[in-house]
Design a protein around this ligand. Sequence first.
Ligand SMILES: Nc1ncnc2c1ncn2[C@@H]1O[C@H](COP(=O)(O)OP(=O)(O)OP(=O)(O)O)[C@@H](O)[C@H]1O
Length: 411
Amino acid sequence: MITILYIDDDLHDGELVHSMLFGYRVVLARNGTAGLEAYYRFMPDIVILDILLPDMNGLELLDRLPTGCEQHPEIIALSGVADPGLAQEVRRRGVKKFLRKPIESKILKGAINELLRGNGAAGHGQLQEHPPEYENTLNVKSPAFASIIGSSRIISRLKDRAHRYARCSFPVLILGESGTGKELFAKSIHELSRRCKDPFIVLNCAALPDTLIESELFGTEAGAFTGAVNRAGGFELANGGTLFLDEIGELSPSGQAKLLRILEEKVVYRLGSRRARKIDVRFVAATNKDLFLRAEGGMFRKDLFYRISGLELHIPPLRERKEDIEELSDTILRKGVEGAESNRHYRLSAGALAQLRAHHWPGNVRELEHVLHRAMLHSDSAVIEAAHLEISRNGRGYASLPMDEKQLPLF
Ligand SMILES: Nc1ncnc2c1ncn2[C@@H]1O[C@H](COP(=O)(O)OP(=O)(O)OP(=O)(O)O)[C@@H](O)[C@H]1O
């Protein structure tokens, strides 16, 4: 859906524009600061900006809009006064439409349609009552999302947002419980971006001891420490592409300081080397911890937190999108168990599906995969019954096998 950010302190105009633009997603911001915040959060297709704002001049806001995005939103500037000098200043900043207040519905819609059509002659002057579908703007059915199963509103919105984030190179912070699909979304953002032909490198900070994290991230120079050889780190390996740093909350204080420096200077120093290597890497981080609280509590650098969390993607737990369980289960059952030879087309009985829907899923989709893999191994037929699921009722999910079932005849 097309997203329009309207920045104006006039509440009445805000409501008016909201009702005029029925069918679009309209985000209202009442001052420049809120406008900038909403800009990063929603990555709008169009920004409508009143030049007179209470906390900053509209021109100043235009200057503060980021330049790192490959695809800028189109901007419509508004002013209540006719001022040719102001109009010139606004145009000099790349704004194609400068409209006079009071806003007229047809003129505003016409300007929006024209801008959305890439300012092409086809849409010029044609006023449309219904917002058109711009299929090329955002496509949640993109092949880059093929591995992300789920048709819930939550998943569709996340795909929409990931699509927007893929348009630029700002860092993205993905938040969510373990097993919710953070890495899948990170990969999709990479695949949808202009970086898709370059590497997507994954580093898991939680799986590496403190000392290794830094050498894995930044690389080493022979002689940096005993046994060190010349080796590129994650940043160099991901050059041109995306570096996905999983469990970023586990990064040591010195690793955090170095990471901050890289994000600011865009150069990397291998451990033991003073040579700066220029890098062009899109940085995506993930955590299942509350990084904000960690930053507040002094366990994570605040400056780094704010540097990496400009664009956030919150992936809700599976229990909050239970409508996805059936589709996810069907996909998992269709794939079968890796390494197990079977041509059965597994399916769930109604009772099994009801039990899956009733579970709390603390381990999220990963837990669902484990439960269904185990169920396929337990089942003697193609139908998975509730009894095959062995979901624990204590909410932890992983039931242990009863002794007498440990030597199950599997296929
Ligand atoms: N929406 C989804 N569609 C299909 N598979 C999914 C989905 N979400 C998660 N999975 C699967 O669940 C498993 C865990 O996903 P992933 O590693 O992306 O989660 P994560 O949030 O990064 O986990 P962790 O925090 O433990 O690293 C993977 O096997 C992945 O394929």
